[in-house]
Design a protein. Structure first.
Length: 378
């Protein structure tokens, strides 16, 4: 069904390129545009909880993924001085549905792009404006061309221009958190992921290969003073009182490889406007507290592809919203709550309550993964 319909995918990132693969495998011939002038070089690494791996399996990419990724089996939360707060095994149900892995972001992109020719993607291309009738979407591109589509699927990331065009009042919420990501050469023998929490800062060390770890560091930084500092200096100042494994990772960091960012979140979860559908971060970009960006994006991809293969476009869009929005809203809300919880540690009483919650309940991300893995993705 719908194989002769004209579909445009906006953005060739994780969601867009996966959707292009999947639709092509189902016999569709979508167009795909990307604002960059070639494949983006993504820095640092990415952690993939089991639901992301289940979706990569449906894309036929699980073996390639597991050949390039590092599997982890336990998660620990600890204080900045290294004392354990809580830990959890990923070998127990429902976390044992698929491996939890991590790998370099660039490697994940290489796996998703494999077999797709550069010429298939229209690079340096963006949508300037969109107008819709009940049947079609008329798209004006930045280089002056115009085209009619039966469906436009926006996978243009958290700053989605398409979202702004179809939902004009959809500003992002800023959490006031600055973060840094980098990798470091460290032996990972007997190492499991540890999330160290300080007052209002945090530092994660996650093994991604036999001799490499992925580090994620964050601080509440409303006035952006750390954001505006040289990244390596800010990291060295903020985390100097953290325990030895953190010091070891910081000592190994390569200044050129640090990715700096601010955490933000969509302010509303709205997926469909007539014949325009948002997926991936364009729909549910939020802080990475549950590391659900890729998992949710690939669930979106597999869900909409399967629906489009089975039913008319209008019906597929209604069904997509019905299958997906409750789960997506929960992830966005919960991810923002976990970030707020990290922030209350700047006051002694807040720190006491936060640490007590972690000690009693266990690692916040594992609680979230258990819920997500025990329900249907779509
Ligand atoms: C600090 C941090 C750490 C994270 N860690 C994890 C993690 O460990 N695990 C995890 O699962 N997720 C993580 N995420 C989230 C994850 O990175 C995103 O969810 C994921 O990249 C979303 O993919 P996407 O394809 O929707 O968007 P993107 O990856 O942003 O891709 C969007 C694509 O669209 C293109 N584009 C943008 N605008 C336009 C336009 N107007 N026209 C055409 N093309 C356009 C872009 O160039 C890009 O290629 C993290 C996010 C952050 C901020």
């Amino acid at each position: 069904m719908n194989k002769n319909k004209k579909i445009l995918i906006v953005g060739a990132g994780i969601a867009g390129i996966s959707l292009y693969r999947k639709l092509r495998a189902f016999g569709f011939s979508p167009d795909i545009i990307e604002q960059a002038d070639s494949w983006r070089q993504d820095g640092a690494a990415i952690c993939l909880p089991a639901n992301a791996v289940l979706e990569l399996d449906k894309l036929g990419l699980k073996d390639e993924l597991l050949n390039s990724a590092h599997q982890v089996f336990d998660i620990e939360y600890a204080l900045a001085d290294g004392r354990e707060l809580a830990s959890a095994s990923l070998k127990q149900s429902p976390c044992d549905k698929a491996p939890f892995v991590a790998l370099m972001r660039g490697k994940l992109m290489e796996i998703l792009r494999a077999g797709i020719d550069l010429a298939e993607v229209k690079f340096s291309t963006q949508i300037d404006s969109i107008s819709q009738s009940s049947e079609q979407v008329l798209v004006n591109f930045n280089h002056g061309g115009t085209a009619q589509y039966d469906l436009v699927i926006a996978a243009d990331g958290i700053n989605s221009k398409t979202r702004g065009l179809v939902f004009p009042n959809s500003e992002l919420n800023y959490s006031g958190v600055t973060n840094w990501r980098f990798t470091a050469q460290i032996s990972t023998k007997n190492l499991h992921p540890v999330y160290y929490v300080g007052s209002d800062s945090a530092f994660m060390i996650y093994p991604i290969a036999d001799d490499k770890v992925y580090c994620y560091a964050q601080i509440f930084d409303k006035d952006k003073s750390y954001f505006n500092q040289a990244a390596h200096e800010a990291i060295q100042t903020l985390f100097k009182h953290y325990c030895q494994p953190v010091q070891q990772a910081i000592a190994q960091l390569n200044r050129q490889d640090i990715v700096v960012g601010e955490l933000k979140s969509v302010s509303q979860v709205k997926a469909v406007q007539q014949k325009v559908l948002l997926i991936g971060d364009a729909l549910h970009g939020c802080p990475p507290s549950l590391q659900q960006g890729v998992g949710l994006a690939l669930e979106d991809v597999n869900c909409i592809s399967e629906l489009l293969a089975q039913m008319p476009i209008e019906q597929a869009l209604v069904q997509f919203e019905s299958n997906r929005l409750t789960r997506i809203k929960w992830v966005v809300d919960e991810s923002n709550k976990i970030i707020k919880l990290a922030g209350i540690g700047r006051f002694a009483i807040g720190r006491f309550l936060r640490n007590l919650k972690i000690k009693k309940g266990g690692p916040a991300n594992v609680i979230g993964w258990k819920k997500l893995l025990s329900e249907k993705a779509y």
